[in-house]
Ligand binder design. Sequence first.
Ligand SMILES: Nc1ncnc2c1ncn2[C@@H]1O[C@H](COP(=O)(O)OP(=O)(O)OP(=O)(O)O)[C@@H](O)[C@H]1O
Ligand SMILES: [Mg+2]
Length: 488
Amino acid sequence: MAGIGLLWSRMPEHVHDEARYIISSLVPMAMSYFNPYEQITVSEYGEERFRRNKMFVAVSTYLSRVCAGGASKLKAELNIKDDPVVTLDENQEVVDTFGGARMWWRLCPKASKNKGAITVSYYPGEADEPRCFRLVFHKRHRHLVLNSYLPSVVRRWRELTAKDRQRLLFTNHSKQGESMWTSVPYNPPATFDMLAMDHAKKVDIMEDLTAFEKGKEYHSKVGKAWKRGYLLHGPPGTGKSTMIGAMANFLDYDVYDLDLTSVKNNSELRKLFLDTTNKSIIVIEDIDAIEVELTTKRKGSNKAANGDELRDRRMLIEFADKNDEKSRVTLSGLLSFVDGLWSACGSERIFMFTTNHLDRLDPALIRPGRMDKHIEMSYCRFEAFKVLAKSYLDITDHSLFAEIGRLLDDTDTTPADVADNLMLRSKRLDDIDGAPPADVANNLMLRCKRKRDADECLAGLVETLKKSKMESATPPMDSAEEAKEEQT
Ligand SMILES: Nc1ncnc2c1ncn2[C@@H]1O[C@H](COP(=O)(O)OP(=O)(O)OP(=O)(O)O)[C@@H](O)[C@H]1O
Ligand SMILES: [Mg+2]
């Protein structure tokens, strides 16, 4: 085999081109016939340079955690949680055994595509062959490797990473004209326990999420894509964003916060959706505000469109030149992922749209059956207040509760406003809690202080609520009266 190889490389220049072509295609065939080994390459990047090949990540984790015992060259880095992670270094070979077969793995370094030539590239690393893992195995194990070994590597990788998974918050941005996601670690503090809202509604949402999470078989039985759409609506400060965090915590899902203003057209939107992973919540916040902004841009006017205009409009989002069909994001483009053709791509995804103005949305978006669930986040009433009092002041009852309940019924106060009132005092509680509890007397004193602060805090809330009740009861001044007032 070596002899044939040598002959081939030394072939004289004068051999006819055609013969050379035939020989050059026969030699590798002959060599592979005699070579008892086969190889599979797992490149770090796929065809699209910016997307890391997930198989590469899976193999890297698998080898480092399962087969690195005999390796002498390792590399250490900090992971997203700032814990040290050790991986194989370049050119380190490790051996794995599976079903009695031996597998040789090696991490091959980046290699230049054209040795000696200078290549100009717009994208980092495009002139190089990316790093890759090379798996070598005996020919007779081909079936085993493809059908059992590689799937088992991926399965093991999933098990390994499930334990130390860090939840991520993704956001999209445009780089060199291409839309892509970037992520940061995401640990939202909110949970359903601390969400101030009607208890029955909260339980209903939690049950809905649990049913969705366990609904793989059900969805395939009824022939529906495994995904769910929620439309959260309500005034600002009623907990829509807090609810998204609570849902992410509840399901342990990643969150993709989609900024539609930086998406050029439907095909970019499609690419972004396809780049999302399973077990994720895709959020489009303040969808009504995006609509106003983009439409204003499209019209080239600084004047925001009025409510009637918005209601009449068929397109939800449309920007750039109206005549250029390729440069816009449309409602149908968006909805094709929510419940159209493309919704079947990917599973275990939750779509969340939030809005402060349900009445301003395009009817196509809110028609029955479009989103699976409409959730109204409303002003703070007594039941919701009790949740906030428990989380912020750690109390479940108080002499002022009855009065606060009545005042909340008479005013439209958001949970954010109530929380704000409770938090100012509770910050002072933190200061007190920070003091070293020297002895029992000191402890008792702190407890008295804590109670007094809760009293003060609720009294402050009563004052605020009374004030807003009075303000809402006072009829608005007409302009003549206003002018008179100003003169005096
Ligand atoms: N229902 C709620 N339960 C608990 N806390 C709440 C609730 N609503 C609001 N808050 C508190 O108020 C703050 C602001 O709420 P949040 O951002 O969730 O409101 P939003 O409805 O998303 O408002 P916007 O429409 O302006 O985006 C939160 O950080 C949270 O502390
Ligand atoms: Mg919000």
